[in-house]
Design a protein around this ligand. Structure first.
Ligand code: 15L
Length: 281
């Protein structure tokens, strides 16, 4: 497999935490990047890169940015839980603009989805089966719902238009894990960069979904489509266990479900007791 894409790659959300890491590392690997974000790019422009400020809600601007690109790394939009109206513009309408641009350019979309698309699945207990990527969507808020919509948009554009898309269900991508949940969900920056590179460079992907977490023995997640892109994570949250195993919230909702604190936000059912076989459905 070649290491450098034949055509430029559009990176949305370039000014965000993950966008900045990807811009720096992929440019250092020799990639030609078109960077865009609604916010100014805070770093020196990497070699061969161009940055244009654009709003995902401006479909014409997005079409323009994508011209001549072979892939779109879509990391733009709202990246945390927000009221519905704040999520809807960038994450629903904006996502549609990304897919229309990909359709016009015959480009592949690599979508920064999130574990919050499935956050209301319970965490597996010791020895229990891990969750496979073809599980039902169980979003834990409007943000997670927008990520489920994004994955389904990919399903639609592959089935109807042949637009390939790789949906990265990102766990917790930070410089290091910071609580007990992240012993399962953490994705290192290095694993993220290798994952995005593999998703862009794979010869064929179709529509696929990948659990984006490092090789954490405590992971909640099982089978996915990673063999299609030849990616395996190399890092692990396990070295942080002694430090973080006790870093729990004490909230039964937060600790019961995979989405953690997002599940507990605005939760208005009765709180489950720890011994209660509480089954929301
Ligand atoms: C996400 O999707 C968020 O973007 C990030 O800020 C974290 O909250 C992460 O999920 C997580 O679940 O830890």
């Amino acid at each position: 497999m070649p290491d450098i894409p034949a055509k430029p790659v559009l990176l949305t959300g370039a000014s965000g935490a993950l966008g900045r890491v990807l811009a720096r590392e992929l440019a250092a690997a020799g990639w030609t990047l078109r960077l865009t974000d609604i916010a100014p790019f805070p770093d020196p422009l990497p070699p061969r890169a161009r940055f244009v400020r654009a709003d995902l809600e401006d479909g014409v601007a997005i079409l323009r940015q994508a011209e001549g690109c072979g892939a779109i790394l879509h990391f733009g939009g709202t990246s945390v839980e927000q009221p519905f109206e704040a999520v809807a513009g960038p994450n629903l309408r904006g996502l549609y603009h990304i897919y229309e641009a990909a359709r016009r350019e015959r480009a592949r979309v690599v979508f920064a989805s999130s574990n919050h698309a499935i956050g209301f699945h319970e965490r597996p207990g010791e020895g229990e089966a891990r969750l496979d990527a073809d599980c039902a969507f169980r979003p834990d808020g409007y943000y997670g719902l927008s990520k489920a919509y994004g994955e389904l948009m990919g399903r639609l554009y592959w089935d109807k238009h042949g637009v390939e898309n790789v949906n990265l269900r990102i766990g917790s991508c930070f410089p290091r894990p910071s609580n007990a949940r992240m012993l399962a969900t953490w994705l290192s920056y290095a694993d993220l960069v290798r994952l995005c590179a593999a998703a862009v460079m794979a010869p064929r992907t179709g529509h696929c979904v990948i659990w984006a977490c490092s090789a954490n023995p405590a992971s909640f997640w099982g089978r996915d489509h990673r063999e299609r892109i030849g990616w395996q994570p190399r890092d692990s949250a396990e070295p942080f266990r002694a430090e973080l195993a006790g870093a729990v919230s004490g909230d039964p909702v937060e600790e019961r479900y995979q989405g953690g604190s997002y599940c507990a936000m605005e939760y208005s059912r009765d709180r489950p007791s720890p011994r209660d076989p509480f089954a929301p459905d």
